[in-house]
Design a protein around this ligand. Sequence first.
Ligand code: 9D3
Length: 267
Amino acid sequence: MVPSYHVITLFPEMFSALSQSGVTGRAIDRQLCRLRFWDPRDFTLDSYRTVDDRPFGGGPGMVMRVEPLDLALTAAKTVLEREGVARPRLVHLTPQGRRLDQAMVEGLALEPALVLLAGRYEGIDERLFARHPLEELSIGDYVLSGGELPAMVVLDAVIRQLPGALGHADSAREDSFAQGLLDCPHYTRPEVYLGLEVPVVLKSGDHAAIARWRLCQSLARTRRRRPDLLRGRALSGLERSLLRKLEDEFGDGPQDPSQEGTRSGGD
Ligand code: 9D3
């Protein structure tokens, strides 16, 4: 059985960006996974179909009502149960959640099913979480308008991990973050563009030298731009010796942090 991804959202149409383009669109077309939506508005019982209401205690903004969300979540769980997934992981996208990283993505990609809850407004009536234990997950420290884009970020990252989703068999495992390092520079034709040349080693045909150059570039970039990644990662003998050479040549550590990640903060 392919994994089933269920999304509780007031805006299922936003997800066409995911289901109709690129790697994720192709994976869904080729039925490497299933993607289904539950709109809380379809689970309202009043004639105005209200999904939000004013907060008890006052204050700005609106709160998502518990009943339509409870019914939508229960419907998703019921469908999964009938399909043999008894206790699916339930994930609430919220700014209060743990920050998503590649290790979490790899874990989520092993699940037979995920139920993602994307909220809107100021928040969700807390009583929903008394009835359904949800893992809380954020995608980073910036304020978005709702959980839909974060849910799409999770699904994009997860779906590209599914066996057969990427053209090249092992390109998911070679990904920069999967390796714990930033990516090396890339070049394609022409060999010279407005006087700018391709590094000569890349045209040498010496695959070992090319691999070493790429690793060295990755290490140099990571050291300068994201030293936190190096501190959290074991180094091979080759990596250690390449880094030591970098320390000798540019033993000044990361420079002006405002230039990290800019082209002139050269690495
Ligand atoms: C006034 C307090 N706001 C919290 C900073 C309320 C609030 C703002 C934005 C509540 C929800 C949202 C909508 N964002 C998400 O649902 C969300 C999110 C995000 O905004 N940034 C990063 N990750 C995520 S995951 C879900």
